[in-house]
Design a binder for this molecule. Structure first.
Ligand SMILES: Cc1ncc(COP(=O)(O)O)c(C=O)c1O
Length: 392
Protein backbone atom coordinates (compact mmCIF):
# COMPACT_ATOMS: atom_id res chain seq x y z
CA UNK A 1 0.00 0.00 0.00
CA UNK A 2 1.27 3.45 -0.92
CA UNK A 3 2.39 5.43 2.13
CA UNK A 4 1.82 9.17 2.06
CA UNK A 5 3.98 11.75 3.76
CA UNK A 6 1.68 14.43 5.12
CA UNK A 7 4.64 16.21 6.76
CA UNK A 8 5.84 17.27 3.34
CA UNK A 9 5.82 21.06 2.93
CA UNK A 10 4.44 22.09 -0.43
CA UNK A 11 4.73 25.70 -1.48
CA UNK A 12 1.25 26.84 -2.50
CA UNK A 13 2.17 30.46 -3.21
CA UNK A 14 1.62 31.54 -6.81
CA UNK A 15 -0.85 28.75 -7.51
CA UNK A 16 -3.80 31.19 -7.29
CA UNK A 17 -4.67 29.54 -3.98
CA UNK A 18 -7.38 31.45 -2.14
CA UNK A 19 -5.94 30.31 1.18
CA UNK A 20 -2.34 31.39 0.47
CA UNK A 21 -2.41 33.95 -2.33
CA UNK A 22 -5.71 35.51 -1.25
CA UNK A 23 -4.67 36.35 2.30
CA UNK A 24 -3.54 39.91 1.70
CA UNK A 25 -6.67 40.90 -0.15
CA UNK A 26 -8.95 39.51 2.55
CA UNK A 27 -7.03 40.40 5.70
CA UNK A 28 -5.17 43.49 4.47
CA UNK A 29 -1.89 42.08 5.79
CA UNK A 30 0.87 40.21 4.04
CA UNK A 31 3.08 37.41 5.46
CA UNK A 32 0.26 35.84 7.46
CA UNK A 33 0.40 32.11 8.04
CA UNK A 34 -2.88 30.92 6.51
CA UNK A 35 -4.93 28.60 8.70
CA UNK A 36 -8.32 29.73 7.49
CA UNK A 37 -9.95 28.55 4.18
CA UNK A 38 -11.26 24.98 4.45
CA UNK A 39 -8.93 23.16 2.11
CA UNK A 40 -5.89 21.05 2.90
CA UNK A 41 -2.19 21.73 2.36
CA UNK A 42 -1.79 18.09 1.29
CA UNK A 43 -1.55 16.71 -2.23
CA UNK A 44 -4.56 14.67 -3.34
CA UNK A 45 -4.27 10.87 -3.65
CA UNK A 46 -1.71 9.72 -6.25
CA UNK A 47 -4.34 7.86 -8.38
CA UNK A 48 -6.29 11.11 -8.72
CA UNK A 49 -3.22 13.06 -9.79
CA UNK A 50 -2.25 10.28 -12.23
CA UNK A 51 -5.73 10.17 -13.75
CA UNK A 52 -5.69 13.93 -14.27
CA UNK A 53 -2.18 13.83 -15.78
CA UNK A 54 -3.14 11.09 -18.17
CA UNK A 55 -6.26 12.91 -19.24
CA UNK A 56 -4.30 16.15 -19.64
CA UNK A 57 -1.86 14.35 -21.95
CA UNK A 58 -4.75 13.58 -24.27
CA UNK A 59 -4.88 17.29 -24.94
CA UNK A 60 -8.50 17.69 -26.02
CA UNK A 61 -10.82 19.15 -23.41
CA UNK A 62 -14.12 19.31 -25.18
CA UNK A 63 -17.63 19.00 -23.70
CA UNK A 64 -17.69 16.09 -21.30
CA UNK A 65 -20.31 13.63 -20.15
CA UNK A 66 -20.72 12.07 -16.75
CA UNK A 67 -20.13 8.39 -17.52
CA UNK A 68 -21.96 5.55 -15.79
CA UNK A 69 -18.72 4.64 -14.03
CA UNK A 70 -18.81 8.04 -12.29
CA UNK A 71 -22.26 7.32 -10.82
CA UNK A 72 -21.17 3.79 -9.85
CA UNK A 73 -18.19 5.22 -7.97
CA UNK A 74 -20.42 7.57 -5.96
CA UNK A 75 -22.90 4.76 -5.21
CA UNK A 76 -20.16 2.34 -4.12
CA UNK A 77 -18.44 4.91 -1.92
CA UNK A 78 -21.68 5.88 -0.18
CA UNK A 79 -22.46 2.21 0.44
CA UNK A 80 -18.98 1.31 1.63
CA UNK A 81 -18.20 4.30 3.84
CA UNK A 82 -21.72 5.21 5.00
CA UNK A 83 -23.74 2.00 4.57
CA UNK A 84 -26.35 3.86 2.58
CA UNK A 85 -27.62 2.35 -0.60
CA UNK A 86 -28.46 5.10 -3.06
CA UNK A 87 -29.82 4.85 -6.57
CA UNK A 88 -28.29 6.14 -9.76
CA UNK A 89 -31.15 8.50 -10.58
CA UNK A 90 -31.07 10.15 -7.15
CA UNK A 91 -27.67 11.67 -7.88
CA UNK A 92 -27.86 15.17 -9.30
CA UNK A 93 -24.96 17.36 -10.24
CA UNK A 94 -24.05 20.82 -9.01
CA UNK A 95 -20.83 22.76 -9.57
CA UNK A 96 -20.56 23.16 -5.78
CA UNK A 97 -22.64 22.82 -2.66
CA UNK A 98 -23.06 26.51 -1.98
CA UNK A 99 -24.57 27.09 -5.46
CA UNK A 100 -26.85 24.12 -4.77
CA UNK A 101 -27.97 25.65 -1.46
CA UNK A 102 -28.64 28.90 -3.23
CA UNK A 103 -30.85 27.18 -5.84
CA UNK A 104 -32.62 25.18 -3.17
CA UNK A 105 -33.53 28.30 -1.22
CA UNK A 106 -34.81 29.96 -4.40
CA UNK A 107 -36.83 27.01 -5.65
CA UNK A 108 -38.13 25.44 -2.43
CA UNK A 109 -39.22 28.60 -0.67
CA UNK A 110 -40.78 31.91 -1.61
CA UNK A 111 -39.61 35.43 -0.79
CA UNK A 112 -40.49 36.16 2.82
CA UNK A 113 -40.60 32.46 3.81
CA UNK A 114 -38.70 31.42 6.91
CA UNK A 115 -35.54 29.36 6.58
CA UNK A 116 -33.86 27.96 9.69
CA UNK A 117 -30.16 27.47 10.40
CA UNK A 118 -28.23 26.44 13.52
CA UNK A 119 -25.46 28.95 14.27
CA UNK A 120 -22.61 29.28 14.80
CA UNK A 121 -22.48 27.81 11.31
CA UNK A 122 -20.73 28.08 7.94
CA UNK A 123 -21.38 31.67 6.84
CA UNK A 124 -22.94 31.05 3.39
CA UNK A 125 -25.92 29.33 5.09
CA UNK A 126 -27.18 32.71 6.32
CA UNK A 127 -26.12 34.45 3.12
CA UNK A 128 -28.12 32.22 0.76
CA UNK A 129 -31.21 32.88 2.86
CA UNK A 130 -30.99 36.67 3.16
CA UNK A 131 -29.60 37.24 -0.33
CA UNK A 132 -32.81 35.83 -1.78
CA UNK A 133 -35.13 37.79 0.49
CA UNK A 134 -36.11 34.92 2.78
CA UNK A 135 -36.42 35.40 6.52
CA UNK A 136 -33.53 33.96 8.48
CA UNK A 137 -34.60 32.05 11.58
CA UNK A 138 -31.89 30.84 13.93
CA UNK A 139 -31.90 27.93 16.31
CA UNK A 140 -28.54 28.54 18.03
CA UNK A 141 -26.62 25.53 19.22
CA UNK A 142 -26.11 25.33 22.96
CA UNK A 143 -22.58 25.20 24.31
CA UNK A 144 -22.41 23.48 27.66
CA UNK A 145 -19.53 21.67 29.35
CA UNK A 146 -17.32 22.07 26.29
CA UNK A 147 -19.77 20.46 23.88
CA UNK A 148 -22.35 21.78 21.45
CA UNK A 149 -25.86 20.35 21.40
CA UNK A 150 -29.03 21.15 19.51
CA UNK A 151 -31.62 23.12 21.46
CA UNK A 152 -34.71 21.06 20.66
CA UNK A 153 -37.12 23.12 22.77
CA UNK A 154 -36.14 26.24 20.85
CA UNK A 155 -36.23 24.31 17.57
CA UNK A 156 -39.78 23.15 18.21
CA UNK A 157 -40.90 26.64 19.04
CA UNK A 158 -39.27 28.09 15.91
CA UNK A 159 -40.63 25.36 13.63
CA UNK A 160 -44.11 25.95 15.02
CA UNK A 161 -43.97 29.43 13.56
CA UNK A 162 -44.07 28.47 9.92
CA UNK A 163 -40.54 27.54 8.85
CA UNK A 164 -40.37 26.25 5.27
CA UNK A 165 -36.82 24.91 5.05
CA UNK A 166 -34.12 23.83 7.49
CA UNK A 167 -30.46 23.84 6.43
CA UNK A 168 -28.58 21.30 8.51
CA UNK A 169 -24.80 21.11 8.72
CA UNK A 170 -23.90 17.47 9.32
CA UNK A 171 -21.10 17.08 10.42
CA UNK A 172 -21.11 20.61 11.67
CA UNK A 173 -18.71 23.31 10.57
CA UNK A 174 -17.32 24.98 12.71
CA UNK A 175 -18.23 23.23 15.98
CA UNK A 176 -17.16 19.78 14.77
CA UNK A 177 -20.16 17.81 15.99
CA UNK A 178 -20.98 14.55 14.21
CA UNK A 179 -24.68 14.39 15.01
CA UNK A 180 -25.88 11.10 16.42
CA UNK A 181 -28.64 9.11 14.78
CA UNK A 182 -30.87 9.96 17.77
CA UNK A 183 -30.30 13.69 17.39
CA UNK A 184 -30.94 13.57 13.65
CA UNK A 185 -34.03 11.43 14.14
CA UNK A 186 -35.47 13.87 16.63
CA UNK A 187 -34.82 16.82 14.34
CA UNK A 188 -36.12 14.94 11.29
CA UNK A 189 -39.35 13.92 12.98
CA UNK A 190 -40.03 17.46 14.11
CA UNK A 191 -39.56 18.61 10.51
CA UNK A 192 -41.72 15.84 9.04
CA UNK A 193 -44.58 16.64 11.41
CA UNK A 194 -44.52 20.25 10.27
CA UNK A 195 -43.78 19.68 6.60
CA UNK A 196 -40.38 21.37 6.75
CA UNK A 197 -37.91 20.28 4.07
CA UNK A 198 -34.48 19.32 5.45
CA UNK A 199 -31.46 20.24 3.37
CA UNK A 200 -28.56 18.29 4.83
CA UNK A 201 -25.14 19.61 3.90
CA UNK A 202 -22.90 16.58 4.44
CA UNK A 203 -19.78 17.88 2.71
CA UNK A 204 -17.67 16.91 5.75
CA UNK A 205 -19.19 13.41 6.08
CA UNK A 206 -16.02 11.50 5.23
CA UNK A 207 -13.90 13.41 7.73
CA UNK A 208 -14.88 11.79 10.99
CA UNK A 209 -12.56 10.84 13.87
CA UNK A 210 -12.30 7.35 15.38
CA UNK A 211 -15.18 6.52 17.68
CA UNK A 212 -17.76 8.59 15.78
CA UNK A 213 -20.03 7.63 12.91
CA UNK A 214 -21.66 9.87 10.38
CA UNK A 215 -25.31 9.06 9.72
CA UNK A 216 -26.58 10.20 6.31
CA UNK A 217 -29.86 11.97 6.99
CA UNK A 218 -31.61 10.18 4.15
CA UNK A 219 -30.53 6.76 5.44
CA UNK A 220 -32.51 7.06 8.68
CA UNK A 221 -35.92 6.18 7.22
CA UNK A 222 -37.85 6.20 3.97
CA UNK A 223 -39.90 9.15 5.23
CA UNK A 224 -36.73 11.12 5.90
CA UNK A 225 -35.32 10.17 2.49
CA UNK A 226 -38.44 11.57 0.83
CA UNK A 227 -38.19 14.81 2.80
CA UNK A 228 -34.59 15.72 2.20
CA UNK A 229 -31.92 16.95 -0.16
CA UNK A 230 -28.46 15.65 0.78
CA UNK A 231 -25.35 17.46 -0.39
CA UNK A 232 -22.06 15.55 -0.56
CA UNK A 233 -18.84 16.02 -2.45
CA UNK A 234 -15.33 14.65 -2.78
CA UNK A 235 -14.03 18.21 -2.45
CA UNK A 236 -13.30 18.35 1.29
CA UNK A 237 -12.52 14.64 1.54
CA UNK A 238 -9.83 14.53 -1.14
CA UNK A 239 -8.89 18.21 -1.39
CA UNK A 240 -10.54 18.81 -4.75
CA UNK A 241 -12.49 22.02 -4.03
CA UNK A 242 -11.06 23.82 -7.06
CA UNK A 243 -12.65 21.25 -9.39
CA UNK A 244 -16.22 22.26 -8.51
CA UNK A 245 -18.00 18.94 -8.68
CA UNK A 246 -20.54 17.90 -6.06
CA UNK A 247 -23.26 15.30 -5.59
CA UNK A 248 -26.75 16.41 -4.69
CA UNK A 249 -28.68 13.32 -3.65
CA UNK A 250 -32.46 13.61 -3.93
CA UNK A 251 -34.49 10.40 -3.46
CA UNK A 252 -37.84 12.17 -3.90
CA UNK A 253 -38.65 12.40 -7.66
CA UNK A 254 -40.73 15.56 -7.31
CA UNK A 255 -38.01 17.44 -5.43
CA UNK A 256 -35.39 16.07 -7.80
CA UNK A 257 -37.22 17.35 -10.84
CA UNK A 258 -37.44 20.86 -9.37
CA UNK A 259 -33.74 20.88 -8.47
CA UNK A 260 -32.61 19.59 -11.86
CA UNK A 261 -34.73 22.16 -13.64
CA UNK A 262 -33.17 24.94 -11.55
CA UNK A 263 -29.69 23.79 -12.54
CA UNK A 264 -30.69 23.41 -16.19
CA UNK A 265 -32.41 26.79 -16.30
CA UNK A 266 -28.99 28.26 -15.59
CA UNK A 267 -27.20 25.88 -17.98
CA UNK A 268 -25.04 24.59 -15.14
CA UNK A 269 -25.57 20.89 -15.77
CA UNK A 270 -22.40 20.66 -17.83
CA UNK A 271 -19.44 18.94 -16.40
CA UNK A 272 -15.87 19.97 -15.74
CA UNK A 273 -13.72 17.34 -17.46
CA UNK A 274 -11.27 17.06 -14.56
CA UNK A 275 -13.89 17.33 -11.83
CA UNK A 276 -15.74 14.25 -13.01
CA UNK A 277 -12.56 12.29 -13.54
CA UNK A 278 -11.16 13.26 -10.13
CA UNK A 279 -14.43 12.41 -8.38
CA UNK A 280 -14.47 8.94 -9.86
CA UNK A 281 -10.82 8.14 -9.23
CA UNK A 282 -10.91 9.55 -5.68
CA UNK A 283 -13.94 7.45 -4.72
CA UNK A 284 -12.53 4.36 -6.42
CA UNK A 285 -8.89 4.54 -5.43
CA UNK A 286 -8.54 7.18 -2.73
CA UNK A 287 -9.64 5.28 0.36
CA UNK A 288 -6.23 4.39 1.75
CA UNK A 289 -5.08 8.00 1.25
CA UNK A 290 -8.13 9.18 3.20
CA UNK A 291 -7.51 6.75 6.06
CA UNK A 292 -3.89 7.87 6.32
CA UNK A 293 -4.93 11.51 6.08
CA UNK A 294 -7.47 11.11 8.90
CA UNK A 295 -4.83 9.43 11.04
CA UNK A 296 -2.46 12.34 10.44
CA UNK A 297 -5.09 15.00 11.09
CA UNK A 298 -6.16 13.29 14.31
CA UNK A 299 -2.53 13.46 15.47
CA UNK A 300 -2.54 17.14 14.57
CA UNK A 301 -5.60 17.48 16.74
CA UNK A 302 -3.83 15.81 19.67
CA UNK A 303 -0.85 18.08 19.09
CA UNK A 304 -3.08 21.16 19.08
CA UNK A 305 -4.85 20.14 22.27
CA UNK A 306 -1.60 19.43 24.10
CA UNK A 307 0.09 22.57 22.85
CA UNK A 308 -2.72 24.80 23.98
CA UNK A 309 -3.08 23.05 27.35
CA UNK A 310 0.61 23.54 28.03
CA UNK A 311 1.33 26.95 26.51
CA UNK A 312 -1.91 28.89 26.10
CA UNK A 313 -4.38 27.33 28.58
CA UNK A 314 -6.72 30.31 28.23
CA UNK A 315 -7.67 28.99 24.78
CA UNK A 316 -9.92 25.97 24.98
CA UNK A 317 -10.39 23.47 22.20
CA UNK A 318 -13.96 22.48 21.42
CA UNK A 319 -12.96 18.93 20.64
CA UNK A 320 -14.23 18.05 17.17
CA UNK A 321 -15.76 14.68 16.36
CA UNK A 322 -15.32 15.33 12.66
CA UNK A 323 -13.89 17.85 10.15
CA UNK A 324 -10.37 19.25 10.08
CA UNK A 325 -11.66 22.56 11.36
CA UNK A 326 -11.28 23.24 15.05
CA UNK A 327 -13.33 25.74 17.03
CA UNK A 328 -11.33 27.50 19.70
CA UNK A 329 -12.92 29.20 22.69
CA UNK A 330 -10.79 32.29 23.32
CA UNK A 331 -13.07 34.02 25.79
CA UNK A 332 -10.78 33.38 28.76
CA UNK A 333 -8.16 35.57 27.12
CA UNK A 334 -10.34 38.43 28.32
CA UNK A 335 -10.11 40.38 25.04
CA UNK A 336 -12.95 41.73 23.00
CA UNK A 337 -13.33 40.28 19.51
CA UNK A 338 -11.70 43.26 17.80
CA UNK A 339 -8.61 43.21 20.04
CA UNK A 340 -8.24 39.45 19.53
CA UNK A 341 -8.57 39.84 15.77
CA UNK A 342 -5.94 42.58 15.70
CA UNK A 343 -3.59 40.55 17.89
CA UNK A 344 -3.83 37.52 15.61
CA UNK A 345 -3.30 39.57 12.47
CA UNK A 346 -0.81 42.23 13.49
CA UNK A 347 1.23 40.52 16.19
CA UNK A 348 0.87 36.78 15.63
CA UNK A 349 0.63 37.13 11.84
CA UNK A 350 -1.76 34.23 11.46
CA UNK A 351 -4.94 34.13 9.38
CA UNK A 352 -7.72 32.30 11.25
CA UNK A 353 -11.47 32.49 10.69
CA UNK A 354 -13.02 34.95 13.11
CA UNK A 355 -15.81 33.41 15.19
CA UNK A 356 -18.39 36.10 14.55
CA UNK A 357 -18.35 35.35 10.81
CA UNK A 358 -20.28 32.17 11.73
CA UNK A 359 -22.99 34.23 13.45
CA UNK A 360 -23.02 36.39 16.56
CA UNK A 361 -22.96 33.19 18.64
CA UNK A 362 -19.35 32.76 17.50
CA UNK A 363 -18.05 35.90 19.12
CA UNK A 364 -14.99 35.16 21.27
CA UNK A 365 -14.17 32.05 19.24
CA UNK A 366 -11.90 31.47 16.25
CA UNK A 367 -11.67 28.57 13.82
CA UNK A 368 -8.36 27.00 12.92
CA UNK A 369 -7.75 24.64 10.00
CA UNK A 370 -5.46 21.75 11.01
CA UNK A 371 -5.23 20.00 7.63
CA UNK A 372 -1.64 21.07 7.15
CA UNK A 373 1.83 19.68 7.88
CA UNK A 374 2.44 19.64 11.63
CA UNK A 375 5.33 22.10 11.26
CA UNK A 376 2.91 24.72 9.90
CA UNK A 377 0.50 24.10 12.76
CA UNK A 378 3.35 24.33 15.28
CA UNK A 379 4.55 27.58 13.72
CA UNK A 380 1.05 29.05 13.89
CA UNK A 381 0.64 28.10 17.54
CA UNK A 382 4.08 29.45 18.44
CA UNK A 383 3.24 32.74 16.78
CA UNK A 384 -0.01 32.99 18.74
CA UNK A 385 1.73 32.08 22.00
CA UNK A 386 4.43 34.74 21.52
CA UNK A 387 1.90 37.40 20.57
CA UNK A 388 -0.18 36.69 23.68
CA UNK A 389 2.87 36.68 25.97
CA UNK A 390 4.06 39.99 24.50
CA UNK A 391 0.76 41.70 25.11
CA UNK A 392 0.68 40.74 28.81
C1 LIG B 1 -20.56 23.07 5.44
C2 LIG B 1 -19.97 23.48 4.13
N1 LIG B 1 -20.73 23.49 3.02
C3 LIG B 1 -20.23 23.83 1.83
C4 LIG B 1 -18.91 24.23 1.69
C5 LIG B 1 -18.39 24.64 0.36
O1 LIG B 1 -18.92 23.87 -0.64
P1 LIG B 1 -18.62 24.12 -2.18
O2 LIG B 1 -17.18 24.50 -2.30
O3 LIG B 1 -18.93 22.82 -2.83
O4 LIG B 1 -19.54 25.21 -2.64
C6 LIG B 1 -18.09 24.26 2.83
C7 LIG B 1 -16.70 24.70 2.74
O5 LIG B 1 -16.04 24.97 3.70
C8 LIG B 1 -18.63 23.86 4.08
O6 LIG B 1 -17.90 23.84 5.19
Amino acid sequence: MLQYDFNQLIDRYHTASEKWDGVEEVFGESDLLPLWVADMDFRSPVPVIEAIKQRAEHGIFGYTLRPESYYEAIIQWTQKRHHWSIQREWICFSPGIVPALSFIVQHFSKPGDKVLIQPPVYAPFAQVVTRHGRELVTNPLQYTYGRYQMDFADLQQKLDHGVRLLILCSPHNPVGRVWTKEELTRLGEMCLERNVLVVSDEIHCDLVYKGYTHTPFGAISEDFAQNTIICTSPSKTFNLAGLHTSNIIIPNPRLRQIFKKAIEDHYLQFTNTFGVLATESAYRYGESWLDQCLEYVSKNLEFLIQYLEKHIPEIQVVKPEGTYLVWLDCRNLGMDAKTLHQLLLKQAKVALSEGSTFGQEGEGFVRINIACPRSILREGLQRIETAIKNCR
